[in-house]
Structure formats: structure tokens, C-alpha cells
Design a protein around this ligand. Structure first.
Ligand code: GDP
Ligand code: MG
Length: 162
């Protein structure tokens, strides 16, 4: 039992997920949050903010040489963004699966972008693409004290360990 608990604890991850201004304005917050929640992932941080342009540029710094960078940063800072941190086993990689491919035209049906968006420039949601980015993005968007450590009652039913 102890081994199972340790294995479970070792596989726990956190990822940064954001509903972009288009998703917020279109009233898709509850739909998107519920997909992560129903899966069994745990919400440990959440806030709604309008990120300033220079903050958007920092968030998307790895895309600074792309032709759409300026438009993308203007867009991200154009309205409220719902910033979240989700926790769970494999949440970084599986969160990306729930979100779907970058271009909604190529996302698999059943994914968030396929079901709820049409074009790449308005694909409604962001998710960290790996462990390093997750760490950096959580640090950029949240202070440590804004993240909550708790055990959910459902956890033993989701993972089969206490
Ligand atoms: P993601 O990790 O799936 O969000 O994709 P990327 O990190 O490659 O790109 C970040 C965001 O930039 C995407 O979610 C899109 O909103 C936007 N983006 C990516 N490629 C394009 C493009 O070719 N054109 C436009 N207009 N936006 C793009
Ligand atoms: Mg990305």
C-alpha cells in the first residue's frame, strides 16, 4: 500500500491551463472546466485577469520570431483570461490531449478545440506543452501562495489509493 501511495505521489504533476479571451467571451468557462474536472483532475489554482501586453509577450516568448506573434499577444491581452493550475497523474500530457491540436481544423473530434473552435487564431485555450514549460508558466502566472494543496474526497476513487 505504501508503495502504491509513493508511486501515485511521484506521478502527480501540475500544468498551466488558460481559457483565452475568446473562450471567456463565448461563455465556455464552465464547459471547459467541467471537462478537466470530470476526467478526475484537481483544480489547485484559478483566477481571472486581463494580462498586460508585455506579460502576454513573456508567456509566448518562445514564439517571438513567428509572424503571428504580435497579433497573438495583442489578442491574449485584449480581455479576461481564466488562468488555472490543474493537478493529476499525467495531467501535462493528457491535458494537451483534452485540448486537441493547435489548429481546430486538425483537432480530433471530442477534443476541446475540435468541439468548440474553428480557426487557429481563436482556439480558445492554452495548455503547457511539457514539464519544463508547465513549471515556468505556473511560476509566471501564479504566486506560490495562490496555489492550494488539498486532498479531494474523490481521489481514492480516481486513483484507487488513499
Ligand atoms: P499551442 O501550444 O497548441 O497553443 O500552439 P503554439 O504554442 O504553437 O502556439 C501558441 C498559439 O499561437 C496557438 O494556440 C494559436 O492561438 C497561435 N497560433 C499558432 N500558430 C498560428 C498560426 O499559424 N496563425 C495564427 N494566427 N495563430 C497561430
Ligand atoms: Mg504552445
Amino acid at each position: 500500500m505504501l508503495q502504491e501511495q509513493e508511486a501515485h505521489a511521484a506521478q502527480m504533476e501540475r500544468t498551466f491551463i488558460a481559457i483565452k479571451p475568446d473562450g471567456v467571451q463565448r461563455g465556455l468557462i464552465s464547459e471547459i472546466v467541467s471537462r478537466f474536472e470530470r476526467k478526475g483532475f484537481k483544480l489547485v489554482g484559478i483566477k481571472i485577469i486581463v494580462p498586460p501586453k508585455d506579460f502576454a509577450q513573456r508567456h509566448y516568448h518562445d514564439l517571438k520570431d513567428r509572424p503571428f506573434f504580435n497579433g497573438l499577444c495583442n489578442f491574449l491581452s485584449s480581455g479576461p483570461v481564466l488562468a488555472m493550475v490543474w493537478e493529476g497523474e499525467g495531467v501535462i500530457r493528457y491535458g494537451r490531449k483534452l485540448i486537441g491540436a493547435t489548429d481546430p481544423q486538425n483537432s480530433e473530434p471530442g477534443t476541446i478545440r475540435a468541439d468548440l473552435a474553428v480557426v487557429v487564431g481563436r482556439n480558445i485555450i492554452h495548455g503547457s506543452d511539457g514539464p519544463e514549460t508547465a513549471k515556468d508558466e505556473i511560476k509566471l502566472w501564479f504566486k506560490p501562495e495562490e496555489l492550494v494543496n488539498y486532498t479531494s474526497n474523490a481521489e481514492k476513487w480516481i486513483y484507487g489509493v488513499n
